[in-house]
Design a protein around this ligand. Structure first.
Ligand SMILES: NC(=O)c1ccc[n+]([C@@H]2O[C@H](COP(=O)([O-])OP(=O)(O)OC[C@H]3O[C@@H](n4cnc5c(N)ncnc54)[C@H](OP(=O)(O)O)[C@@H]3O)[C@@H](O)[C@H]2O)c1
Length: 167
């Protein structure tokens, strides 16, 4: 919890070697994971990097979209643009559980500010050019895990993990 009484939570899906995406795109399609992302983030503030925002068709609805960029004169009609972590967090001050939704650069920036990580691990190799930062198990512990088995309905084996920062 930070001094705004917030639990900042990073949420990401990675392949087996921590890859997040390739050519500014996601490389898998897992409907249940998209639902998981939506269920958790709906109604909350979401913070993302400019590259992730531009990879989306539009801002994610029913969430305050906050975009980090160092570019001057950049503006979107469906998102707030900020140029520092502090300003991004300030934009979320009325939300007790803001989510960090990527990509690689932004996860790295928020590692020290976050209390939880909601990580979906797909147990399959996908070519990637962007990676989730290494999670230091001296600082983080897994408090919840759900394994999903490959089946007629599910194309891959994958797991939903919740990490909490050790106090
Ligand atoms: N699998 C997942 O869960 C997931 C989730 C999200 C994204 N992704 C993937 O991740 C990839 C994109 O990640 P990325 O690392 O390339 O880019 P990113 O983190 O989305 O955005 C990077 C941009 O953020 C801005 N930025 C970074 N640090 C900043 C700071 N300290 N202050 C202000 N602005 C800052 C810069 O924007 P400017 O260049 O405008 O200055 C920088 O170019 C894509 O492939 C996407 O599909 C995957």
């Amino acid at each position: 919890m930070n001094n705004l009484n917030q639990e900042i939570t990073m949420i990401a899906a990675v392949e087996k070697e921590n890859g997040l995406g390739l050519d500014n795109k996601l490389v898998w399609h897992i409907p249940r994971d998209l639902k998981h992302f939506k269920d958790l983030t709906l109604g909350h503030c979401i913070i993302m990097g400019r590259k992730t925002f531009e990879s989306l068709p539009k801002a994610l609805p029913n969430r305050k979209n906050i975009v980090l960029s160092r570019r001057k004169n950049i503006a979107y009609n469906d998102a707030v643009v900020v140029d520092s972590i502090e300003k991004a967090i300030e934009e979320t001050k009325n939300d007790s559980k803001p989510y960090i939704v990527g990509g690689g650069e932004i996860y790295k920036l928020f590692m020290n500010y976050s209390t939880y990580i909601e990580l979906t691990i797909i147990h399959h190799k996908f070519k990637s050019d962007t990676f989730f930062p290494k999670i230091n198990l001296k600082k983080w512990e897994v408090i919840k895990r759900l394994d999903i088995k490959k089946s007629k309905k599910e194309k891959y084996n994958y797991s939903f993990l919740t990490y909490k920062k050790k106090s």
